[in-house]
Design a protein. Structure first.
Length: 171
């Protein structure tokens, strides 16, 4: 049993074929890039974009499940790093190739964090964890946070209680 067994054993039936094959392998053992290449060949996939989409599907399935409780445990962070390395995802990959999916998951978390118009230290750490999960730069994360910061400020929030790079002079 691997750390992925409980999550990837519940992959939806409509999951793409390569995603299913990689998920099954991950549920059984650690895999390498060579294992993925063998599965790609076995599935008869010749289009690199298709491989990226199916591996991206699997990563986002994991991220969605990991973020479901609004906490990223040290184990979940290590597992996500393992997936990114094994799948060959580099910094900026999610923002560039899976913007909509990244925005959806990040925004769901930010909505909960900013709901009370202040950000606690634990919530600041969660924002940093999310930023690391998706390899976002500070500017990219600020882009996702902007709508929630603006709403909080419009609702009367104290700028000093928000996790933002804005200052009173920039508003």
């Amino acid at each position: 049993m691997t750390p992925f067994t409980p999550i990837f054993s519940q992959l939806p039936p409509q999951a793409p074929p390569l995603s299913k094959a990689v998920a099954q392998a991950l549920a059984e053992r650690e895999i390498s890039k060579q294992d993925i290449l063998a599965l790609v060949t076995e599935q008869g996939i010749c289009d690199l974009n298709e491989v990226i989409n199916q591996l991206g599907y699997l990563f986002f399935y994991y991220a969605f499940r990991a973020l479901n409780d609004h906490v990223l445990t040290p184990e979940e962070k290590m597992n996500a790093l393992y997936l990114k390395r094994t799948f060959g995802f580099k910094e900026g990959f999610f923002f560039q190739n899976f913007y909509r999916e990244t925005q959806t998951l990040v925004s769901k978390q930010l909505q909960l964090i900013y709901a009370d118009n202040k950000v606690t230290e634990a919530e600041r750490q969660h924002i940093a964890d999310i930023q690391e999960l998706f390899d976002l730069s500070f500017a990219q994360m600020d882009e996702f946070k902007a709508v929630f910061v603006d709403k909080a400020l419009a609702d009367g929030a104290n700028l000093n209680e928000l996790d933002t790079n804005l200052s009173d002079s920039t508003i």
